[in-house]
Design a protein around this ligand. Structure first.
Ligand SMILES: [Fe+2]
Length: 492
């Protein structure tokens, strides 16, 4: 990887940019999978003393087999800290998870798997600290394979000092192959990145095949190999707009929606480095000393009521986006951890003033209760990181007085899923209308409609810095990365 520092024109006022030209080794094998482990390695869900290690055995005999794993604090594995065996089973699509424990807090570990004396690539992971003065978190979302190259994954994978990456969802898309006339068709034509299977994912085998395709991408493999990842799902890991909306013309597997949902969740657990339990209620929290309390929310699958799209339903306090149990859990997590920064990983926009029937604004009882709770904690500091939008935004959520800021909500650009400018049915007039809507909203401080990228959170006791990173053209192999916008939040 060669980085060439090169200034490029600023695209938003007041911010200057350093661009790094990535001479992209898209087929680099430096940390890519090979041999029996072509999908590489991954780690995730770190605690102070534990982490989940992942790989997939790909062997021609397709028999259940035992693989070995080992961990070390040095890259040469001169001193093995821990080792063990784990099964690659046909029943789990030969995906392997290992669960080392009794690790040291806040410590880098290298790990690798082996089978028949052949090693996987080496991964690096990090446990959560007991106490720390700085935490750096990469935030990614929405990576439709057909949208273009994963330059944003590639750029993040090369960054120094990242402690963990959080994925806000749409890690895969269940949709069928793009067709001529679709928004994604120009990208497929330019890159050759077409979905397999060609049909919409329904069966367990479909979802497994789709994950295998996504995980064949070397940029994503590098990201997983370099940092632990904490994932939460949005809708496309299961199906676009799950739950009752599905009934409107959406496909079911063997006439059974629950069966399809189950298939998708099984594959999610097989292919991603999270713990096997709980299976469906995967909202969970992570503590980085007393600096950051990270709460990954589920606004999609576990706890959501039907999206009804009637004004009358907005009055119904029994309708939920995250549910009473998850709300109580948030309140407990915030109260029992005295963290400087309380950060949420969230899928659907919280701050919007317009009606989004499927978003938080469509479930005002839950939103009001959470906002009231947050407003009742004046000594604590909150930040929402939100996915799903495919376009980067910086919102503020106001207190009940509608003047003072309650908290900020930050949305990264998508890794590769279509932004507004890439939508086939969007023209200049629609983009201009959207720009006006956002500017008039009164709580949107910055946005962009024609970009892809990620966010990095840099938390210290003194400030929480949020840097938006953009990558240039995801339909070309070479790219640049730059920071168009940053904010620095101060604690109360
Ligand atoms: Fe998405």
């Amino acid at each position: 990887m060669i980085f060439i520092k090169k200034p490029i024109p600023k695209i938003h006022s007041g911010l200057w940019i350093i661009a790094l030209l990535f001479c992209v080794p898209l087929n680099s094998k430096a940390v890519s999978g090979s041999g029996y482990f072509p999908y590489g390695v991954a780690s995730g869900d770190p605690s102070k003393t534990e982490v989940v290690l992942w790989t997939r055995l790909t062997s021609p005999d397709r028999q259940d087999a035992e693989v070995q794993w080992e961990m070390s604090q040095d890259k040469s594995f001169a001193q093995i800290e821990q080792q063990g065996n784990a099964m690659a089973k046909s029943a789990n699509d030969f995906c392997v998870k290992a669960f080392p424990g009794q690790l040291d807090p806040g410590t880098f570990y290298y790990y690798r798997f082996s089978y028949k004396n052949s090693y996987s690539t080496t991964g690096r992971t990090k446990t959560l600290p007991t106490s720390t003065e700085r935490i750096k978190i990469g935030v990614v979302n929405c990576a439709k394979y057909t949208g273009g190259y994963y330059h944003a994954y590639e750029a993040l994978s090369q960054m120094e000092g990242i402690d963990v990456v959080i994925h806000l969802g749409d890690y895969i898309y269940e949709s069928a192959a793009a067709k001529e006339g679709d928004s994604y068709w120009p990208s497929v034509q330019a890159t050759g990145r077409q979905h397999i299977p060609a049909h919409e994912c329904l069966s367990l085998e479909d979802y497994r095949t789709r994950y295998a395709q996504y995980r064949s991408d070397t940029s994503l493999q590098k990201l997983h190999a370099n940092f632990p990842m904490i994932t939460i799902w949005d809708d496309h890991e299961i199906a676009m707009k799950p739950l009752k909306e599905m009934k409107d013309g959406k496909l079911e597997y063997d006439g059974n929606w629950e069966k399809r949902k189950n298939n998708s969740i099984i594959a999610y657990h097989e292919w991603l480095p999270l713990r096997p339990e709980p299976f469906e209620n995967i909202y969970r929290s992570f503590q980085f000393g007393d600096l950051v309390n990270l709460m990954m929310l589920d606004t999609r699958v576990c706890c959501k009521s039907e999206v009804t799209k009637t004004l009358q339903s907005l009055e119904d306090t029994s309708r939920h986006i995250i549910g009473n149990e998850q709300l109580r859990w948030i309140e407990n997590e915030v109260m029992r951890h005295d963290a400087e920064w309380n950060v949420f990983g969230n899928q659907l926009l919280y701050a919007d003033k317009d009606m989004g029937w499927n978003r938080w604004s469509g479930f005002p009882a839950d939103r009001d209760r959470l906002s009231d709770f947050i407003e009742g904690q004046p000594d604590k500091n909150f930040l929402f990181t939100t996915g799903n939008a495919h376009n980067p935004h910086h919102y503020v959520v106001f207190k009940k007085d509608k003047k003072d800021t309650l908290f900020h909500e930050v949305l990264p650009g998508s890794i590769s899923s279509g932004n507004n400018a890439e939508k086939a049915f969007f023209d200049e007039s629609i983009l201009a209308k959207e720009e006006k809507r956002l500017k008039d909203a009164g709580n949107v401080l910055w946005f962009d409609q024609n970009s892809h990228g990620f966010i990095v959170l840099n938390a210290t006791p003194e400030e929480l810095k949020v840097d938006w990173y953009f990558v240039t053209d995801i339909r070309k192999k070479e790219f640049e990365v730059f920071i168009p916008y940053s904010i620095a939040l101060k604690p109360h």
